[in-house]
Ligand binder design. Structure first.
Ligand code: FAD
Length: 406
């Protein structure tokens, strides 16, 4: 009989898990607590390691239609504006890693996964249902769901995937751990139309501006029509983020960037003028995954931010969720194994890579925001070694073969 997987969460990770599970021959029941599928207005970078997985799912055409494919990654000093190093992307990434380096609006990535999965036979996507509890007994897992109208329902399956994000209830029940904690870093994110920006500020490259205790990253989205800007600085989040006035407090960001070079300040000031609103995100943190037991136990496995929330300094959080889903597909398709063994295999094959990416992201944060002599050393190394420091072959090839600074 066809096995059935229950999935908590319909973000990028949950939809990718649904697609992988369906392709492994499982029936899928996904539960998303929101009453509509939505994604925040921001971009993500997806490296060749992630694009390769999307291609394997037949999504190259859909990606090509909505993503941007930057030609270069540039690293500039936020203080002087000088270019410190550059890495060719474009054709060079395809030549070196067999897939492109893409930048994409989160809603477009979410949308292309949703389009790929929603009409597959045996896939049931349910909105407005929040997973409240789960229990494993007698070779089955049961979840208790709360409907938006307050009704409670129980559903049984052969496995449960917790893809319910960085405040994952599935994780809390499975591992009994403390919640994530604030990292002390704040992210301001905005998306603007490039044609609303002055010509000099429009760009098709990924540019990272590195400054003391802050950095800014900009890149194109949606075939280059949009520009994504994210500024990250050290600081305490407001006590009540819900009532925080995102628009008015753009002034905080401008103040934090007061010592930076004119071209960067011009960009930051142009965002609200071009109709883009800054949204604030306190970045949350958790220690890297310590072993496979943190990703799967019995009939339950964790995926994406539920398993390994990470700082965004290697731009791979959504990417690792997609890699998780591709590995989940391989594991679930091992039809001669018992389900707990399949999930153990998934966890064994994923935990170290996720932990490495989490650790490297943290380290990048320290390097990006360095002050004093460390900053001088970083800038000198970037000038001398250039693209050798920017390329990340172990990550983009996915074979763990070599290490690099960024
Ligand atoms: P989420 O997107 O959080 O989805 C979880 C879903 O579960 C939500 O829809 C939620 O409503 C639902 N849910 C929660 N609880 C329940 C419940 N009880 N029942 C049912 N549903 C539930 N990643 C990249 O790859 N590249 C980048 O360039 C990049 N840049 C980033 C920049 C910033 C500033 C930040 C903050 C993150 C960035 N990321 C990036 C990381 C990326 O956004 C996340 O890693 C990714 O979105 C995680 O997806 P997810 O599906 O695991 O979790």
């Amino acid at each position: 009989m066809q096995k059935q997987v229950l999935i908590a969460g319909g973000g990028i990770g949950g939809l990718a898990a649904a697609l992988g599970s369906a392709r492994a021959g499982w029936e899928v029941r996904l539960f998303e607590r929101a009453s509509a599928f939505t994604e925040i207005g921001a971009g993500v970078q997806i490296g060749p390691n992630v694009v390769r997985r999307l291609q394997a799912w037949g999504l190259q055409g859909a990606l090509q239609a909505v993503a941007a494919f930057p030609e270069r990654l540039r690293v500039r000093s936020a203080l002087t504006g000088a270019e410190l190093a550059a890495l060719p992307l474009g054709a060079r990434a395809i030549e070196r890693y067999g897939a492109a380096y893409a930048t994409i609006h989160r809603a477009d990535l979410h949308g292309l996964l949703l389009a790929a999965v929603r009409d597959l036979p045996g896939v049931h996507l349910n909105l407005g249902l929040s997973v409240q509890e789960h229990a494993q007994e007698g070779g089955a897992v049961t979840v208790r769901l709360a409907h938006v109208d307050g009704r409670l329902v129980e559903v049984e399956g052969d496995a449960l995937i917790g893809a319910d994000g960085l405040r994952s209830g599935t994780r809390a029940r499975l591992l009994g751990e403390a919640p994530t904690r604030a990292s002390g870093h704040l992210a301001y994110r905005a998306v603007v139309r490039q044609d609303q920006l002055p010509q000099a500020l429009r760009s098709g490259d990924v540019t990272a501006w590195l400054g003391p205790r802050l950095h800014v990253v900009q890149y194109p989205l949606r075939r280059g029509e949009l520009l994504n800007v994210v500024a990250i600085r050290h600081g305490r989040p407001p006590a009540d983020l819900e009532s925080w006035d995102h628009g008015a407090n753009a002034a905080d960001l401008e103040a934090a960037l007061a010592r930076t070079c004119a071209p960067l300040q011009d960009l930051i000031r142009a965002v609200p003028q071009a109709g883009g609103g800054w949204r604030l995100w306190p970045l949350l943190d958790r220690a890297p995954v310590a072993g496979p037991h943190e990703m799967a136990r019995g009939l339950v496995a964790l995926l994406g931010d539920a398993a390994h929330p990470m700082r965004p300094y290697l731009a791979q959080g959504a990417g690792m969720a997609i890699e998780d889903a591709a590995e989940l597909q391989r594991a679930l398709a091992m039809h001669d194994l018992e389900v707990p063994l399949r999930l153990t295999r998934y966890a064994l094959n994923r935990w170290q890579r996720n932990a490495r990416v989490q650790e490297r992201s943290r380290r990048n944060g320290r390097i990006f925001h360095a002050t004093g002599p460390v900053r001088w050393g970083r800038d000198l190394a970037l000038r001398l070694l250039g693209e050798r420091l920017l390329d990340v072959p172990w990550l983009y090839r996915g074979d763990g073969s070599s290490a690099s600074l960024l």
